[in-house]
Ligand binder design. Structure first.
Ligand SMILES: *Cc1c(COP(=O)(O)O)cnc(C)c1O
Length: 397
């Protein structure tokens, strides 16, 4: 859906108002769930006249969505200053997949930050390889090294900041500048901060990717993804997405829209609690490192302060010694943190993670056992009491 991103109002105001058009909502506050595969024409002439405009927001066929999906896409476009439009996808993973397919063709080379979300890495090294597209991984903290890596066949770069699992913040404007100097498309998976925490397009990104499953959905009951793009890249993103049959359901779009309205307060709470817990964990002898850019003095904190306007309570802790069994005892001893994939919901989650399995050029100490925590909306004191129990289980040999 095309629209015009604007960033003049405050975050809360923009989250409440974004995408609310009377022609899509009627008198209701929220757009109804508008289920339709087929829209009927008055006559043959009307059907023929509709063939060519092929514009966003025209009733044509359900594969192009309807007012419920349009309202969500329009809201996401409005939340991203510099955006021309947004496409929706049925999972978060389909968003980087479609962004990449819209900018790459056989014979091209893709450069991928080594700390990218592992299913996206697999898509590049397995599926894109079969389409004749090669992938090289690079350390996103080494801007000079990245610039030197760009070759004549390089067409696009995929970034993620902070990186999945290890949380490094990279210098997006510097990397984007180096990439643009060689004509590369710049893609960023912005799921951690979201559009209110990091204005991707204003920092040199061409296509901003979100797993809406996380912060926007916010209640662990919907899967969806989006890509928001500049005027230069939106037309080809839309064309490829429609050609490849991508659309999200109106029911899911309504859930995501509902989540979006409260995303600001949820993220504020998760960020504040995340910082309290990160600081508490940092003071514990069982913990060797807390990977969390919100923490003053932590790697990436200065770049986060320079470029971001928000964050979230997703962090990784590295245990001070121990073994895999001890790490599992810690995870299993927690009562308020559920063991599960994903994050961004109202409830806290925990997961033993293995960054070494998904790295090609960045190093990860062989015996560093790590646990990822998603800090939800529970009271931080209760979460700390739970973690205290978990750390005691870790220590009990
Ligand atoms: C979860 C996630 C995705 C994929 O989202 P799904 O809805 O689970 O497919 C993509 N990128 C990042 C950074 C994620 O954390």
């Amino acid at each position: 859906m095309a629209g015009e991103g604007s960033g003049k109002q405050g975050t809360g105001t923009r989250l409440v108002g974004a995408g609310r058009k009377p022609e899509w909502t009627g008198a209701a506050v929220n757009p109804p769930v508008w289920r339709a595969s087929t829209y009927l024409y008055e006559d043959s002439a009307a059907q023929e006249a509709d063939r060519l405009p092929n514009a966003d927001g025209l009733f044509h066929y359900g594969a192009r969505g309807g007012p419920t999906q349009w309202a969500l896409a329009d809201a996401l476009t409005q939340l991203e200053p510099g955006a021309a439009g947004t496409m929706l996808y049925p999972t978060g993973l389909a968003a980087p997949v479609m962004a990449l397919l819209s900018v790459l063709k056989s014979g091209d080379e893709l450069l991928v930050a080594d700390n990218s979300y592992d299913p996206t890495r697999s898509f590049a090294t397995k599926a894109l390889r079969d389409y004749g597209i090669t992938t090289r991984f690079f350390d996103p903290l080494d801007v000079k090294g990245f610039a030197a890596l760009i070759g004549d066949g390089s067409r696009a770069v995929l970034l993620e900041s902070p990186g999945s699992l290890t949380m490094e913040v990279c210098d997006v404007p510097a990397l984007a500048k180096a990439a643009k100097a060689r004509g590369l498309a710049v893609l960023l998976d912005n799921t951690w901060a979201g559009p209110t925490g990091f204005q991707a397009l204003r920092h040199g990104v061409d296509l901003s990717i979100l797993a809406l499953t996380k912060h926007v959905g916010g209640h662990s009951d919907v899967m969806m993804g989006s890509v928001t793009a500049t005027a230069e890249y939106y037309p080809r993103l839309r064309r490829h997405s429609l050609m490849l049959g991508q659309q999200a359901s109106p029911d899911d779009a309504a859930l995501a829209l509902r989540g979006l309205r409260t995303m600001g307060v949820r993220l504020e709470r998760s960020t504040a609690s995340g910082l309290v817990i990160a600081e508490w964990l940092q003071g514990r002898s069982e913990i060797a490192a807390v990977l969390c850019p919100l923490l003053p003095g932590s790697p990436g904190h200065e770049l986060w302060r320079r470029d971001f306007t928000g964050g979230c309570g997703l962090l990784t802790v590295v245990m001070a010694g121990g073994d895999a069994a001890a790490r599992d005892r810690l995870v299993d001893a927690l009562a308020l943190f559920g063991i599960g994939y994903s994050w961004g919901g109202f409830e806290s989650l925990v997961l033993g993670v293995h960054p070494e399995r998904d790295r090609s050029v960045m190093s990860w100490p062989k015996d560093a056992y790590a646990v990822r925590l998603w800090i939800g909306l529970e009271d931080p004191a209760d979460l700390i009491a739970d973690l205290t129990r978990g750390l005691a289980a870790w220590s009990a040999a």
